[in-house]
Design a binder for this molecule. Structure first.
Ligand code: DGL
Length: 280
């Protein structure tokens, strides 16, 4: 469906709508993997990231709660002024995308479809694994999206609820994380999957551990890159790309900016300024 971009409620920028940032949000730091991919692919774009650190993890919460938190953030970013919104969270994309779309006036991109497309294309044998939060796996959003593209695919989905707190703790290469991964991923090894969808934006940070556990031949599907490609294509279609200058990146969290700042620095390799916004 085509959507028209309505000007922001406050302060339209001098250079027009293309000067507005792309909004990117997740429950915590995981969406930074998508943010980083967008920033690398489109260095001219202004970006604003929102991490809902007051409510992380989303993956163990009800679809109603995830929908409420996500649409509040979407509305907040829309009011600040954005030209498109990337839901850099599989859980919110899986259970709340229609509600988020209804909450804002700008085009919304989720991460499920880009990941499903990449997996359907990458798998040779058609045996595909999906790991994600409890909410994402029980929504079956990936299963449905992959089956539409590859009806004969054999899909095994596993919820890995301990991965998000381990990533938020910064234990990306920790032996405890590896032990947890061995336990979670055993059914996928037995199923002989040849590609694995990292169905949570936190999981690309565990790529080293996942490779050690699953072996070097497995294709790890990280939707960050694909989502960046789709975002670029959307802006081009709408004539909203920013054509000159270097993009400004802003970071907002709903709680604990210092902690977020520490992890963000490790993740994107530079020091960032993080401000806090509380929803009352
Ligand atoms: N990184 C998010 C996802 O892709 C959310 C994880 C969580 O908060 O549980 O699902």
């Amino acid at each position: 469906m085509k959507r028209r971009l309505t000007p922001p409620a406050t302060r339209p920028p001098a250079g027009g709508a293309s000067e507005l940032p792309i909004g990117v949000f997740d429950s915590g730091i995981g969406g930074l993997t998508v943010f980083d991919a967008i920033g690398r692919r489109m260095p001219r774009e202004n970006l604003v990231y929102f991490g809902d650190t007051a409510h992380v993890p989303y993956g163990t919460k009800s679809p109603e709660a995830v929908g409420r938190y996500s649409s509040e953030i979407a509305r907040y970013l829309d009011r600040r002024g954005i030209k498109a919104l990337v839901v850099a969270c599989n859980t919110a994309s899986a259970v709340a995308l229609p509600r988020i779309r209804r909450s804002v006036r700008v085009p919304v991109i989720g991460v499920i479809l880009p990941g499903a497309k990449a997996a359907a294309a990458a798998s040779g044998s058609g045996s595909i694994g999906i790991i994600g939060t409890e909410a994402t796996i029980s929504s079956r959003a990936y299963v449905k999206a992959v089956r539409r593209l590859r009806p004969a695919a054999r899909i095994t989905g596993i919820a890995c609820p301990l991965f998000v707190p381990l990533v938020e703790e910064g234990w990306w290469e920790h032996p405890v994380t590896e032990a947890v991964a061995r336990r979670y991923l055993a059914p996928l090894k037995r199923a002989g999957v040849d590609s694995l969808i990292l169905g949570c934006t936190h999981y690309p940070l565990l790529k080293g551990v996942l490779r050690r556990v699953m072996g070097p031949r497995l294709a790890l599907i990280d939707s960050a890159e694909r989502t960046a490609v789709e975002t670029e294509a959307l802006l081009r279609r709408l004539g909203l790309e920013r054509r000159s200058g270097k993009g400004v990146h802003r970071f907002i969290v709903s709680d604990g900016p210092e902690r977020f700042q520490r992890l963000a620095r490790r993740l994107i390799g530079r020091r960032v300024k993080v401000v806090e916004h509380r929803f009352e």
